[in-house]
Design a protein around this ligand. Structure first.
Ligand code: ADP
Length: 597
């Protein structure tokens, strides 16, 4: 008894949350994505009505053939009615062709808008969002969820309007033909409603689980393929196979819930249809024998009854698609409602050319719970080079990420030329800053386009010039198709030193007044090192530069060094001053740099 009560509770709450929520989702979807196409949609929906209307004509013509044509042996009437049946089917076929073509085009159009909007929205999301969302999940929402939505966008209205009208027309006709027989045959209807209702509710719950499991699974697939080189080099294939298998199983099991519910729909409905037809034929034949009804009317009645019941089955099956559609748009709006946490404030102003003075004023920052920067203060004058030095995890990269506002401090201010960057527009601010980070992202395009990414409107000569300055030109000449050579996904076909020089070339082309450099920690051969150093020197000329330093040569050249430890500036000065002080920097220097350069 207790268990039964529990099931009822779940079902009741599902119906409350499920239907109201589903309706809300649908009306929001209509308002945002379908309203502007309402004229065209209405046209297609009228064609669905016409299609259903066309299909209810033939049984009436069959009745006429039997009752008037055959009964009176009127051959010409029989032929004309047969011709009319054929004509009706041709008309129905033409209507179907038009509705199917334009209906699919409209569905594609809406899905195209959905994808564009989602992509444009996701592009504005901050680093924090991407820290917490896997690429696989994003892919699953962009591709998988939206293809379900697109599919149902056409088949949903086609099924609901087409079958709904068929249900209505056939219902009216069976009652018109013989209302007593209609009432007797449809006595089983409540059973269909009850069964479908229960199945629908369980399916909605399962469909949500499927969407979630699918996103997790897609995340695993993406991560494993991206990390296949690591998997193979650590010989972790078996371990990964086990993890993959576990998530694949979860994905498979989540689908079973939907399949289990769905597999009941057809058998339940078809059995009920069987009962209904048996009643119609039994009771109907009795009426024909009694002379109350003609054979033609009984034949038409049975045909209409089938046309009445089969849309019921189709509509129940449609429940599954509607449920998947709702789960898809629910997840879509979940993303769209997730607003970027770094954006232009209402009073944000643009900036043109900056002098390049950067100041941190009592800056505190945390990614999650732990505070990573604890009251950072410093000032970099225009044209100065500031080196950040300190143990790994001390907060150096985090400091550089606050300057382009990839993240925002929870206390304190970052100033550019004396203006709080929180009051500046994001795009102009970021245009003033060039970043050359370790393992910068390269696109799976050719070399030329990868450099041109620094400034999209640059001419080929400018790109070549940047490539020369960044010492890219030498190795580019040796590649099979020089600058047209495809460099593979994320630049896998290049060496680390080559990839670094491409990102320097990009920054040279961009020519921003402020530069943020993260020196590579892994060592390259000394010849490459010289080439990179030369490229960097050309890039840094006349610019304000903040560099996360890992090399002695860099700290020696820096105007000033900040020694960062545990999110705080512990010491500040140039290399000589800091060495003479004999503090934390001097200790770190002896461990880290002394024997390296
Ligand atoms: P450094 O550049 O000095 O090696 P970071 O600035 O990269 O140090 O990291 C400082 C601290 O912040 C570390 O404890 C690191 O684990 C943490 N951290 C870095 N990036 C993130 C992130 N995206 N989300 C959460 N914590 C992070």
């Amino acid at each position: 008894m207790a268990k039964r009560k529990l099931i009822l509770d779940t079902t009741e709450s599902m119906s409350r949350i499920g239907f109201r929520h589903g309706f809300k989702l649908l009306s929001r979807f209509y308002k945002e994505y379908a309203h502007s196409l309402r004229g065209k949609l209405l046209g297609i929906w009228c064609l669905h009505v016409l299609f259903a209307a066309g299909l209810v004509v033939p049984p009436y013509l069959v009745k006429e053939v039997i009752d008037r044509g055959i009964a009176t042996k009127n051959i010409s009437l029989i032929w004309s009615l047969a011709g009319a049946i054929m004509g009706t089917f041709v008309l129905v076929a033409v209507v179907d062709k038009i509705r199917s073509f334009w209906g699919h085009i409209l569905a594609q159009r809406i899905a195209y808008n959905l994808r564009n909007d989602l992509y444009s929205h996701l592009q504005r999301m901050s680093f924090k969002f991407y820290d917490n969302t896997s690429t696989g999940e994003l892919l699953s929402r962009m591709v998988d969820d939206l293809s379900v939505v697109q599919d149902v966008l056409y088949h949903g209205p086609q099924n609901i309007i087409g079958n709904g009208c068929m249900l209505l027309f056939a219902g009216i006709l069976i009652f018109t033909l013989n209302w007593k027989l209609a009432l007797a045959s449809l006595a089983v209807l409540p059973a269909i409603f009850l069964i479908d209702y229960r199945i629908f509710l369980t399916m909605f719950k399962s469909a949500r689980k499927v969407r979630k499991a699918m996103a997790l699974f897609a995340g695993r697939i993406e991560e494993n393929f991206s990390g296949m080189r690591i998997i193979q080099s650590f010989v972790r294939e078996k371990h990964e196979m086990r993890r993959f298998e576990r998530e694949n199983r979860q994905h498979y099991q989540s689908r079973i819930g939907v399949i289990r519910s769905m597999s009941w729909i057809f058998p339940a409905s078809i059995s009920i249809l069987g009962v209904s037809l048996a009643i119609a034929l039994g009771y109907g034949s009795f009426q024909v024998v009694a002379g109350v009804m003609t054979v033609g009317t009984l034949t038409a009645f049975v045909m209409y009854l089938q046309r009445f019941m089969s849309p019921m089955v189709e509509l129940s099956r449609m429940g599954e698609s509607v449920v998947r559609f709702l789960a898809g748009i629910e997840r879509y709006f979940e993303y769209m409602d997730n607003h970027p946490d770094v954006k232009d404030s209402s009073k944000a102003v643009g900036i043109a050319d900056t002098k390049g003075e950067i100041q941190f004023e009592e800056v505190w920052f945390r990614y999650d719970k732990d505070t990573v920067l604890k009251g950072i203060n410093f000032l970099v004058h225009p044209g100065e080079t500031l080196a950040l030095v300190g143990p790994s995890g001390s907060g150096k990269t985090t400091i550089t990420r606050l300057i382009p506002r990839f993240y925002e401090p929870y206390r304190g201010r970052v100033l550019l030329d004396g203006k709080n960057i929180a009051d500046l527009k994001l795009h102009p601010l970021r245009s003033q800053i060039g970043m050359v980070m370790q393992n910068d992202f390269l696109f799976s395009e050719n070399l030329l386009n990868n450099i041109a990414y620094g400034r999209l409107d640059s001419s080929e000569e400018e790109i070549m010039e940047a490539a020369r300055k960044a010492n890219v030109h030498g190795f580019a000449q040796e590649l099979p198709q020089a600058y047209d050579t495809e460099i593979g996904e994320r630049g896998v076909k290049l060496s680390e030193g080559q990839a670094q020089r491409i990102s320097i070339a990009r920054a040279i082309l961009r020519d921003p007044p402020i530069l943020i450099l993260d020196e590579a920690t892994s060592s390259v051969d000394s010849e490459t090192e010289i080439l990179i150093q030369e490229a960097l020197d050309r890039l840094k000329e006349g610019k304000t530069c903040i560099v996360i330093a890992h090399r002695l040569s860099t700290v020696l050249r820096a105007d000033r060094i900040l020694f960062i430890e545990n999110g705080q500036v512990i010491e500040e000065g140039n290399h000589q001053q800091l060495l003479e002080r004999g503090g934390r920097y001097a200790h770190f220097y002896n461990l880290q740099f002394n024997n390296l350069d």
